[in-house]
Design a protein around this ligand. Structure first.
Ligand code: HGY
Ligand code: MN
Ligand code: MN
Length: 408
């Protein structure tokens, strides 16, 4: 039975993991940053060194293949990371895909469908999220692009222009879904389930829906000493109230799969002796059920309006990301379960509470995901870790899954 060359895969993981390394031992490769560009160059070199053609589309998605024809079995993930994240999130999916394609090419296995590697742009959302897979599947509209910015206000158009790319062309990255036989993504679980149940392979059934808002409370800058408490319009009080009340509402009225996270909170003018005139926060909801996600979003908007009026503030709510939960293809799930079984691995069907490019591709084509365990369930942290034997096992399950899907 064909196997991956684990030593080669491990070298790739270590080399890519060294790009954008942080002092804490994590990885910072936000999309279109210098570290991301170095990682992109490195990946293209590895694709060409494997005797494949490398290609970058108008959204910056990187592809690798050696066979012509379609529909293809597409396999990959992303190589951008969160700031000071881990070296496995996304990278593991791209590098196991590269290793599987190398092995199939080396063995000269004749397959009905060509294989194609992909690394999607900005899965992590430095510029909102899923820029590459949204462009690839026709979701990204040219009219939206001028307003896409990162949390510092940098426009994606300017970030891409620095590297000679014209962001407004990104929608031409669209690929007709008829050209995709199936999409498979191997990814770390980023949670505690597989480790706790001592099961080495996860087979993802559905991927979580995400609604991410940018909420701004506006009050009035005033002197911190001379302004009586009852006359203040302190924007931070509205924001702080929403942080707590949003958490309490989701805990009290959501389901066990409901999540709310405020990851960014900024005040202006951010001066010790000035009452905050403005407070901005990101407010993100996640749910496995589209109906619950809608319901929690509606309750959250009402809550924002309520706290604004209670504190004498204005409030505006801007949608940064809105993606519904997506069920993954039973056919691909079954291929993964069978591949794991043939390798003597137990597998567990489970939901994904992290977002993935597979949920974007899965709306237009048959998509599936393989999870491997995360130590202590940690991710988006320098402590993110997956053991060698889990990496090797997952890569071999991916290899067998690809052979199955490309043969039928
Ligand atoms: O946010 C997420 O769930 C993913 O890591 N981008
Ligand atoms: Mn990821
Ligand atoms: Mn991630």
């Amino acid at each position: 039975m064909m196997r991956v060359d684990f030593a080669r895969l491990k070298r790739d993981l270590e080399e890519l993991g060294a790009i954008g390394r942080t002092p804490e031992g994590g990885v910072s490769r936000p999309s279109w940053s210098d570290a991301d560009m170095e990682a992109r160059r490195w990946l293209l070199e590895r694709i060409i060194a494997a005797g494949m053609q490398g290609r970058v589309d108008a959204a910056g998605n990187i592809f690798g293949r050696w066979q012509s024809g379609s529909p293809v079995v597409l396999v990959g993930s992303h190589i951008d990371s969160v700031p000071n994240g881990g070296m496995f999130d996304g990278a593991l999916g791209v590098l196991t895909a590269l290793e599987c394609l190398r092995r199939i090419k080396e063995e000269g296995v004749g397959l009905r469908h060509p294989l194609e590697l992909v690394a999607f742009t900005d899965e992590e959302g430095a510029f909102g999220g899923f820029f590459g897979s949204f462009a690839f599947t026709g979701v990204l509209k040219a009219g939206e692009i001028p307003d896409i910015r990162d949390s510092t206000g940098l426009r994606i158009a300017d970030a891409m222009a620095r590297h000679g790319m014209e962001a407004l062309q990104a929608p031409t990255a669209f690929r007709n879904p008829k050209e995709i036989r199936a999409y498979v993504e191997l990814h770390i679980e980023q949670g505690p389930v597989l480790e706790a149940q001592r099961i080495p392979i996860g087979v993802v059934e559905t991927i979580v829906g995400i609604r991410r808002y940018g909420i701004t409370f506006r009050g009035r800058a005033d002197h911190a000493g001379t302004t009586p408490m009852e006359e203040r319009r302190n924007a931070l009080l509205g924001a702080a109230d929403l942080v707590v009340k949003g958490h309490q509402m989701v805990r009290a009225e959501g389901t066990s799969a409901s999540r709310v996270t405020v990851g960014i909170l900024r005040v202006k003018p951010a001066v010790a002796n000035i009452v905050p005139a403005e407070a901005f926060l990101t407010y993100e909801l996640r749910e496995q059920s589209a109906e619950w996600l809608r319901r929690l979003a509606e309750k959250s908007r009402a809550l924002a309006a309520e706290v604004a009026s209670a504190w004498g503030l204005e409030v505006s709510v801007e949608t940064i990301l809105d993606i519904e939960p997506v069920p993954l293809a039973e056919e691909v799930q079954a291929a993964i379960v069978a591949a794991a079984g043939e390798l003597g691995c137990r597998s567990l069907r489970m939901p994904a509470m992290a977002g993935h490019d597979a949920q974007v591709v899965g709306r237009v084509a048959k998509a599936g995901m393989i999870f491997v365990p995360s130590r202590d369930g940690r991710s988006h942290s320098p402590l993110e870790f997956t053991a060698d034997e889990d990496v090797e096992r997952g890569a071999n399950v991916l290899l067998r899954t690809l052979l199955k899907l490309a043969a039928e």
